[in-house]
Design a protein around this ligand. Structure first.
Ligand code: DQA
Length: 144
């Protein structure tokens, strides 16, 4: 089976963007970590990153055809996008939400997530390692 790994806006800048908050690992490192973790469960990864809300929605909708679950870091769309929430609700695939930083220890506007209400689980503030945890959890959900 395959899982979809979605990274939203500005996560292409991982490694150079506010490294004191997000660390020094790059998006390629994150995708490699997810792939390694998934491989341990016999799962493949399709990795998508976009700065565009519609492209993220298209990728989520497409996952309905050939993916068993989703790991998503929606970036700032977490706090703004009902459309992304509806896409996740619509495809009915188990979805684990990840945030590298502890959004609850940051600005008030990062405390609300439109995504969490349709996520099977949420991993927050574990750094890039959160992607590993998210893949592990998703693998367990997929295995049933
Ligand atoms: C983030 C947290 C969001 O508030 C922020 O807009 C991001 C990254 C995280 O991984 O910690 O872009 O999702």
């Amino acid at each position: 089976a395959r899982i979809l790994l979605v990274n939203g806006p500005n996560l292409n800048l991982l490694g150079t963007r506010e490294p004191e908050i997000y660390g020094s690992e790059t998006l390629a490192d994150v995708e490699a970590l997810a792939e390694r973790t998934a491989a341990g469960f016999g799962l493949e990864v399709r990795a998508v990153q976009s700065n565009h809300e519609g492209a993220l929605i298209d990728a989520i909708q497409a996952a309905r055809e050939d993916c068993a679950g989703i790991v998503i870091n929606p970036g700032a769309f977490t706090h703004t996008s009902i459309a992304l929430r509806d896409a996740i609700a619509g495809v009915e695939l188990p979805t684990v939400e990840v945030h590298i930083s502890n959004v609850h220890a940051r600005e008030e506007f990062r405390h609300r997530s439109f995504i969490s209400g349709v996520a099977a689980g949420v991993i927050v503030g574990c750094g890039v390692q959160g992607y590993e945890f998210a893949v592990r959890r998703l693998a367990a959900l997929i295995a049933g």
